[in-house]
Design a protein around this ligand. Sequence first.
Ligand code: FES
Length: 290
Amino acid sequence: MHLARLVGKLEQVELLDPAVDAVAGVVNQVLPPGDVKDVLHGKFLGHALHPLLVALPIGMNVGALLLDLTGGERARPAAQRLVGAAVLLVAPTAASGLADWSELGSERRPKRVGLVHAASNVVATGFFAASWLARRRGRHGTGAALALAGSAGLSVGGYLGGHLAYSEAVAVNRNADRTPIPEDWEDVAAADDLDGGMLRVAAAGQPVLIARHGGALFAMGAVCSHLGGALDEGEIVDDDDDGGGCVVCPLHGSHFRLRDAAVARGPATAPVLAFDVRQVADRIQVRART
Ligand code: FES
């Protein structure tokens, strides 16, 4: 059976839901929204941290496997160090993945796949930890066999992680394919239309959010970069350090600064599109900020 069809069936397994809810409850308790969780999401990078961390233990374990297969006796200490370092790196890698996973809201399908992805990697890590212990006791053949078994679990986890990123677009900037246009001022609304504080308009086909806050006008892309929430259905709060206010996404609470469309609070990691805005007589005009 095609692998993608197998994953499609996995997405439908409702039996996983109690475990999904239990793990999500623990993660949300241990990692509430805030600075630590934003670091784990990768807000400081401008994109997700998890895929970057994942490469480290995978690379180390593959390196150890190669040394086991081709390095002979002299390579045993290096292989053991690689396996040990990979096991240590699992903690931050798993924490960043769980932080992202816990912010998928009511989306059941990716959460089910994410749970099995995590479980596969936990099993793999168990094999690698046992491999390190066996090597430490001088049983290098056993250690190599355990690492090989761990690699199988890692492959399953890696495939499911790839599915989440590339098929389900989890932790992908939902505005990545939008071009910042128009370059010239475009008339988008009458000033009187903006009576509720926020208004969704279209500029050169782009969804744009117009907001009036503290007497000033602001504009930014109307689509949340996290999972595509409609920012115009959110609210404006005053938690920007510079006092300019933020738009809060109605789905998972990401904050985007009104003044520059940057992320003030995750789970989003990428800014939304930034626009200049002005009022000319009784009309509102926007253009892409360059
Ligand atoms: S869609 Fe998740 S925070 Fe906006």
